[in-house]
Design a protein around this ligand. Structure first.
Ligand code: PEP
Length: 249
């Protein structure tokens, strides 16, 4: 944890959740939310407005999982950042590895989306992380440094943007890097944020993501420069998500 920052635990529901179960999950999270960390749930776009309404007045905020770089236009099937904000979202995940891989999102794309998010008043949660090959070849930090340089727009520091370090090979696999490897990567990210955003860079939150669960959350969240977690699978079970949140308190 970085002294002076408020930890964030964000849940990425991915393509899971119909109205009834999504609302029940969000309400259960709100009912059990501990006072320490900032909690964010990122449901499918279809549920953003309903969850924002249901969670109004609770400590749990709502985020989107992606947005388009344009504020509006002929982009069938896409969602603009002002639409997410209008629906009640405060955050948006950008550059998740599933989008980088599945939709060929590049660093400039992610950066343009982050600019659009900031213009709409959303706080971007920008994901970076190396594929396993690069980790095995000793290139993990180089790859992530390049992603940071290419994905974070100039306004990122001033709005309190969030970076999520998610090694691709740790997402949904049950595998995690060693604590030493997480700490080393987060230290490198901190150094890059400090250099890129003098002032706010020292306090911007750096989340770890990739197979975080109740059993490993405490140890991961205790590492220096780990200011919270981006949680996939475990965010779909209220008790697990809350146990991770409690570990951040
Ligand atoms: C994710 O997809 O952002 C993620 C961290 O997934 P999981 O926690 O399931 O590994």
């Amino acid at each position: 944890m970085t002294p002076g920052t408020r930890p964030m635990i964000a849940g990425n529901w991915k393509m899971h959740g119909l109205a009834a179960d999504g609302l029940a999950l969000a309400r259960a999270v709100a009912a059990g939310a501990p006072s320490g960390p900032e909690l964010v749930v990122c449901p499918p776009a279809t549920l953003v407005a309903a969850l924002a309404a249901a969670l109004a007045g609770t400590p749990v905020a709502v985020g989107g999982q992606d947005c388009h770089a344009a504020a509006k236009g002929a982009h069938t099937g896409d969602i603009a950042a002002p639409m997410l904000a209008d629906a009640g979202a405060r955050f948006v995940i950008l550059g998740h590895s599933e989008r980088r891989a599945g939709y060929r999102e590049t660093d400039p794309t992610v950066r343009a989306k982050a600019e659009a998010a900031i213009a709409a008043g959303l706080t971007p949660i920008v994901c970076v992380g190396e594929p396993e090959d690069d980790r095995l070849l000793g290139r993990a930090e180089e790859v992530v440094a390049d992603q940071l340089a290419g994905s974070l727009p100039p306004g990122f520091g001033a709005v309190g943007g969030v970076v999520a370090y998610e090694p691709v090979w740790a997402i949904g696999t049950g595998r995690t890097p060693t604590e030493a490897d997480i700490a080393a990567m987060h230290a490198m990210i901190r150094a890059r944020l400090v250099a890129a955003f003098p002032g706010p860079g020292a306090m911007l939150r750096i989340l770890y993501g990739g197979s975080v669960k109740p059993s490993n959350a405490k140890a991961i969240l205790a590492l220096p420069n780990v200011d919270g977690a981006l949680v996939g699978g475990a965010s779909l079970v209220a008790a697990d998500f809350l146990a991770i949140a409690a570990a951040a308190g």
